[in-house]
Design a protein around this ligand. Structure first.
Ligand SMILES: Nc1ncnc2c1ncn2[C@@H]1O[C@H](COP(=O)(O)OP(=O)(O)O)[C@@H](O)[C@H]1O
Ligand SMILES: [Mg+2]
Length: 285
């Protein structure tokens, strides 16, 4: 049997409650299990309202925090057991993060291209500046940018959308098998969101990279995802093929989600209308 790309087995995360005297514990993630197959890359959406445990889950998948219980395996290897620098680097080459706010991902005083060169050197074996520039340019081309456009620019000289594309390009440099994108468009101008999430789907096609797309926005998830899970209070309350989940919602929460999709259905043909309705308070999850 081939190993899954990623497998979560009954993963929980509990945080100690605030203050020395508090015995309260926050169960951020409770008993989550799912797996992504290695053979067929997919866009896998994790949907849930704020506080449902999405970022806690993302941090565990990225190996940045350890589960309180359960196991996370990447290609059969326990993500929490990556002790040596060599194993850590090998994991980082394969699993790359994309964060919510690209302006926080880049230091304002560092030129954006420098980040890409550093990633090319540290994670993609670029041994000199020419090789680093070639790797950076190749990755930027994959997201519709080029090194010529970005060279020497500081983060504030780019738009949020351009900077998030640059962050995606940076993540692509080591040719990862999995991107973990935690609310990657929630800080992006509404008119650009759809083009960026569509890019995930393109990248899955072109580069055969799997993408965990974390969002509270059902409209974008429904549009680009192969499978979705819906989280509530740290638990998966529904999962499956995106269309099936929406066609036969079981849980009150997913029924509510379906209603939010139906309410924007009229706008489906117009990309900008779709995105802006996803942005209205009433249709937010
Ligand atoms: N480092 C932390 N320490 C204590 N509680 C946390 C920490 N991170 C998240 N939480 C709590 O865990 C729950 C889930 O948070 P989070 O994973 O950030 O959810 P989401 O990304 O879906 O908004 C929330 O109740 C949040 O307050
Ligand atoms: Mg979050």
């Amino acid at each position: 049997m081939t190993k899954a790309l990623l497998e979560l087995r009954d993963v929980s995360k509990t945080y100690a409650g605030g203050g020395l005297l508090s015995r309260r514990h926050v169960a951020a993630v409770s008993g989550v299990s799912f797996s992504l197959q290695a053979e067929q890359p997919e866009v896998f959406a994790i949907i849930g309202e704020s506080g449902s445990g999405k970022s806690s889950l993302a941090r565990m998948v990225l190996g940045l925090s350890a589960p309180s219980q359960g196991t996370i395996l990447f290609r059969g290897q326990d993500v929490t057991a990556l002790r040596s620098r060599r194993d850590r680097l090998a994991f980082m080459r394969q699993v790359q993060p994309i964060l919510q706010n690209p302006f926080e991902a880049f230091n304002p005083l560092t030129r954006v291209d420098r980040y890409l060169y550093a990633t090319a050197r540290n994670l993609a074996g670029a041994s000199d500046q020419a090789a680093a520039e070639a790797a950076a340019d190749g990755a930027l081309q994959q997201v519709g940018l080029s090194l010529a456009e970005l060279r020497g620019r500081f983060p504030h000289e780019l738009s949020g959308g351009q900077l998030q594309r640059a962050a995606i390009a940076r993540a692509l440099i080591p040719r990862p098998a999995l991107l973990v994108a935690d609310e990657p468009v929630s800080m992006i101008d509404a008119s650009l969101r759809m083009t960026i999430v569509n890019l995930f789907r393109d990248l899955r096609e072109r580069l055969r990279v799997s993408i965990i797309y974390i969002t509270h926005d059902l409209a974008t998830a429904y549009t680009i995802s192969d499978r979705i899970v819906i989280m509530r209070h740290g638990e998966i309350v529904e999962s499956g093929n995106a269309r099936e989940v929406l066609a036969h919602p079981q849980h009150p929460y997913s029924i509510q989600l379906k209603e939010s999709v139906l309410s924007i259905e009229g706008a489906w043909n117009k990309e900008t209308a779709l995105v802006s309705s996803g942005n209205r308070e009433g249709s937010r999850l």
